[in-house]
Design a protein around this ligand. Structure first.
Ligand SMILES: Nc1ncnc2c1ncn2[C@@H]1O[C@H](COP(=O)(O)OP(=O)(O)OP(=O)(O)O)[C@@H](O)[C@H]1O
Ligand SMILES: [Mg+2]
Length: 272
């Protein structure tokens, strides 16, 4: 209550401002005038039928694609035109719709790769293994060990990732993103293809990330039960354009959202 005004203001400032962003591919308007903000402690979800533009928004955020128009401001920094490694170093981490891990490497090694932009030592000191390089390696190991505990990966730590059950691989990918100690985490369909038990585990970890690690997230997911349970706010979109943004119950009751999903379930309505 007696917090200085400047601190309470900064807590309310959004970590991300996505402002009137347009991205087209040869005539396909993948992202067509999308605006939203994500609060510093918010779990913000994006839903929409296949091809709605959800992954394209992540690709703009992480610098894979440069939008033709619009502004993307992350933690006060304008991202448009910055390459992916710079954006990652600013604190944006993501998991992918299709798992992207090194399947021959162990869980621990994959997680260590998530630390890569934190490793600052130059080659000479790395070879000599003195001083700073050694201290940084120890610090990075400690971060990775905490993630192994947090995501309950202990029993899998020394296994090559490619040999692990699908649900565990998705968890390792989440761990690799967490190893970057991100300021914002982008999750692209984290429970796609999972069974019920794996889905419940993942939901628990996502909640723990928000509540214990205080990391804001953008969640893209087709599992409506999960979105409605976890998200603080939801943006529903179709054909690259937002339909509505609001609380889960507002979005669930929205006529435009219902129509977008009915259109997908009854394609004859769209084609005739
Ligand atoms: N690299 C690309 N080249 C051409 N078109 C693309 C490219 N990436 C995306 N698109 C098109 O942009 C539109 C949005 O695709 P996007 O992958 O963002 O959808 P999505 O909402 O993530 O769908 P899904 O739920 O199926 O993952 C689609 O029409 C898609 O075909
Ligand atoms: Mg997608």
């Amino acid at each position: 209550m007696s917090e200085p005004a400047s601190e309470s203001v900064s807590l309310r400032e959004p970590i991300l401002v996505f402002d009137d962003v347009h991205l087209s591919f040869a005539g396909v308007k993948a992202v067509n005038g999308v605006s939203f903000e994500v609060g510093a402690r918010e779990l913000f979800a994006i839903i929409g039928p296949n091809g709605a533009g959800k992954t394209s928004i992540f690709n703009v955020l992480s610098g894979v694609y440069r939008p033709q128009r619009g502004r993307v401001v992350f933690d006060g920094v304008d991202l448009v035109g910055k390459p992916p490694h710079r954006i990652a170093a600013l604190g944006m981490a993501r998991t992918f719709q299709n798992i992207e891990l090194f399947s021959n490497l162990t869980v621990l090694d994959n997680l260590m790769l998530g630390r890569h932009h934190h490793i600052r030592y130059g080659a000479p000191s790395a070879f000599a293994w003195f001083g700073r390089a050694r201290r940084e390696e120890i610090a990075n190991r400690a971060v990775v060990e905490n993630i192994v505990d947090f995501l309950e990966l202990e029993q899998w730590r020394a296994f090559p990732v490619g040999l692990l059950p699908y649900g565990v691989q998705k968890r390792v990918e989440l761990g690799r993103a967490l190893a970057m100690e991100p300021k914002l985490l982008l999750l692209d369909e984290p429970v796609a293809g999972m069974n019920l038990e794996e889905t419940e585990d993942m939901a628990r970890f996502v909640l723990d990330i928000r509540d214990e690690l205080d990391i804001p997230m953008i969640l893209v997911e087709h599992d409506m039960g999960l979105v409605m349970d976890l998200a603080d706010r939801v943006m529903a979109m179709d054909f690259g354009t937002p339909i509505v943004t609001g609380t889960p119950s507002q979005v669930q009751a929205d006529d435009g959202v219902i129509r977008a999903y009915l259109g997908q379930e009854h394609p004859t309505e769209v084609t005739t």
